[in-house]
Write a protein that binds this ligand. Structure first.
Ligand code: TYD
Length: 222
């Protein structure tokens, strides 16, 4: 069991192109304007080791890999992020905002790639994967959001190098969405499901309001 930490741990999830990165940056600005210490991270790629792992994972021209190998690389990235970034920041009382985290593994490698939930849960327990305090699921039909993600990635060399999952079928992305919604159904207290098929402003209003509830309440004591 992890030691008690005074910060708040908030994660953001959703299918490709759901708009979470824009919302995270807005929330970070809002919290900092109120004088709160904020740490931003993302998975994969929140640490120097994670950036190297990210390049391997997301390269559309990269070699084929077994689902289990892909799973272990995401977990390797997560362990590094927890040790080097998330736990120290929480210990220092920061609000940690993480762009994708363990629910992405359950939705992509679990629900969509078909790895059994029990396998992922056993690994997560062995690795002491810290549960978030609050998870925003930006929910949108992937048919509507994928076009946005593909256009964005095609616009830059960095994006083109990271488009591995955009080459998956619509059925794959629908399975990811269904996986996320099932996780939210199982843990309604931790998840806030946000309708992401709207303009950025009303989406952000919902995120800000739910974050205020968390920050007004108890601190972490896991
Ligand atoms: P991300 O950089 O958030 O992509 P985007 O912002 O374009 O949606 O995430 C990178 C990709 O990695 C994304 O396709 C989802 C995938 N992913 C997993 O399959 N498993 C995981 O555990 C994580 C964290 C991400």
């Amino acid at each position: 069991m992890a030691a008690p930490t005074p910060g708040h741990f908030i994660t953001f999830e959703g299918v490709e192109g759901c708009g979470k990165t824009t919302q995270i940056l807005r929330l970070a600005d809002r919290l900092r304007a109120r004088g709160l210490p904020v740490t931003l991270t993302r998975e994969p790629g929140g640490t120097p080791f994670g950036q190297a792992v990210r390049r391997v994972l997301l390269d559309p021209a990269g070699p084929p890999r077994e689902p289990a190998g892909e799973l272990l690389l995401y977990l390797a990235d997560r362990c590094q992020d927890l040790a080097q970034c998330i736990r120290p920041a929480l210990g220092a009382g920061h609000v940690v905002l993480c762009d994708r985290y363990h629910d992405a593994t359950l939705a992509y490698q679990g629900a969509a790639r078909g790895i059994a939930r029990s396998v992922i849960d056993r690994l997560a327990a062995a690795l002491d994967i810290l549960p978030p305090d609050l998870t925003f699921l930006l929910d949108i039909d992937p048919e509507r959001s994928l076009a946005r993600a593909i256009a964005r990635n095609a616009a830059t060399a960095e994006g083109a190098a990271e488009s591995r999952f955009e080459g998956e079928t619509l059925a794959f992305h629908r399975a990811v969405r269904a996986g996320y919604l099932e996780l939210a159904r199982q843990e309604p207290e931790r998840f806030a499901v946000i309708d992401a098929d709207r303009a950025p402003d009303p989406i952000f209003a919902d995120i800000a309001a739910r974050t205020d509830v968390l920050l007004a309440g108890r601190r972490r004591e896991d």
